[in-house]
Design a protein around this ligand. Structure first.
Ligand code: FEO
Length: 397
């Protein structure tokens, strides 16, 4: 149901605690696809919703206003999580003019049949709603080519589309309410934000950086992303998190990922972890075969060094590595220190393949550890010395 946030701004939903996956991101806390209503002389909706949520969306909208009274529907982003039900909502709001970029108009016309008028915005376009005036900030490639943000000047409120989002059901709560009333820890929320950022934003991090620069020029009293809670306090917390993930995502930790069947490569992973931790560096260790790709992508993005291990399997690495390489490519991180390790039986292939592929992605991969069939004193010593050398490499980078 709709929730009033300020004198003029309402959250219309949609909250979807049943959504446990989004673009391949595991979302154990569900999802949210936010639409907002600005009540003014010309009532205005910002973003719409997807087909499965249409009925609960319309119920929410009708609880505040007759849809026939809607004057404008602002479309910040055309991806179907925000527009799947666009044409059906247009039918319910026949007096509404659609406000969007030229590219959005092209996309909407390719996806839907609708009869509402369309107002194309330019960078300097402003739109008076009565008391409120909207200003539009196109930010192409955050996350599609047509995207923009909408700034309500009087309320100092930014409707930022996918930017500053987190995939979580929030029931119309602000970030502070989620933290204080629902007991969500800062760490848990940050992990969800990082997962979302890694997959949705990181491939376009240059465009994201420009959009954050544009936001920095605005005075903000509130921030309304299209996913996750809104912000009326601590607005800088999410903006700073996005800025860090865009410019300096590396934390003081090493991410170790392994693929193992008879446990030798797994043992190597944990021995490496132990050696790094002895040197005071935190590690996170993941089994490639049982961990979601977006989690691995996020941990690789936020580590200062990456260690990848695989058994030799059918003359190469474990096949899941081919998928992981694609996700690592999307991280766009060049010259990050990487170490490779692995085990083999009758032919050694995994370690050299991992090194070649990582170097192809731009990683600085100088140190390799290969062992045959099982760990033995020589390989354990090699792991110890390699861990020390890898930390030296990281410190020099
Ligand atoms: Fe929330 Fe790019 O869609």
């Amino acid at each position: 149901m709709a929730q009033q946030i300020t004198d003029s701004i309402y959250w219309l939903g949609v909250d979807a605690p049943e959504s446990k996956s989004f673009h391949g991101i595991e979302s154990p806390f569900g999802g949210s696809y936010n639409s907002y209503l600005i009540l003014d002389e010309y009532p205005t909706i910002v973003d719409t919703t997807n087909v499965p949520f249409l009925e609960r969306y319309l119920e929410s909208l009708r609880s505040v206003i007759d849809p026939h009274s809607i004057k404008y529907i602002v479309i910040n982003h055309v991806e179907p999580d925000h527009t799947g039900a666009f044409d059906r909502i247009c039918t319910q709001c026949p007096q509404a003019t659609i406000v969007c970029t030229q590219k959005s108009k092209e996309f909407l016309e390719a996806m839907f049949t609708f009869e509402n008028k369309v107002l194309i915005i330019e960078t300097e376009t402003e739109l008076s709603l009565g008391k409120e005036t909207l200003r539009f900030l196109p930010d192409p490639m955050v996350h599609w080519p047509e995207t923009m943000m909408t700034y309500a000047k009087d309320a100092q409120a930014l409707f930022s589309g996918d930017l500053f989002g987190t995939e979580i059901a929030h029931g119309g709560s602000s970030y502070d309410q989620l933290r204080t009333q629902h007991g969500l820890s800062e760490e848990a929320f940050s992990a969800m934000t990082k997962d979302y950022y890694a997959l949705i934003m990181r491939p376009y991090f240059r465009a994201v950086g420009k959009a954050i620069d544009a936001v920095d020029t605005l005075t903000l009293s509130s921030l309304f992303p299209a996913h996750g809670p809104y912000y009326t306090k601590n607005i800088s917390s999410i903006i700073d998190e996005y800025r860090r993930l865009t410019h300096t995502p590396e934390e003081n930790k090493i991410c170790i990922i392994y693929a193992s069947i008879w446990h030798t490569t797994e043992q190597m992973a944990y021995k490496l972890s132990s050696e790094f931790e002895k040197q005071g560096v935190k590690t996170v260790v993941y089994d490639l075969q049982t961990t979601g790709m977006v989690r691995l992508m996020r941990e690789a993005l936020t580590s200062k060094g990456l260690a990848l291990g695989s058994l030799t399997m059918m003359g190469s690495v474990h096949p899941l590595y081919e998928t992981l390489f694609r996700f690592l490519e999307l991280n766009n991180q060049k010259k990050k220190p990487a170490l490779v390790f692995g085990s083999h039986g009758w032919v050694s292939a995994a370690v050299s393949y991992l090194k070649k592929r990582l170097e192809g992605l731009g990683y600085d991969c100088r140190i390799t550890i290969d062992t045959r069939f099982r760990l033995h004193p020589d390989s354990e010593e090699k792991i110890r010395s390699s861990a020390v050398s890898f930390l030296e490499q990281i410190n020099e980078s």
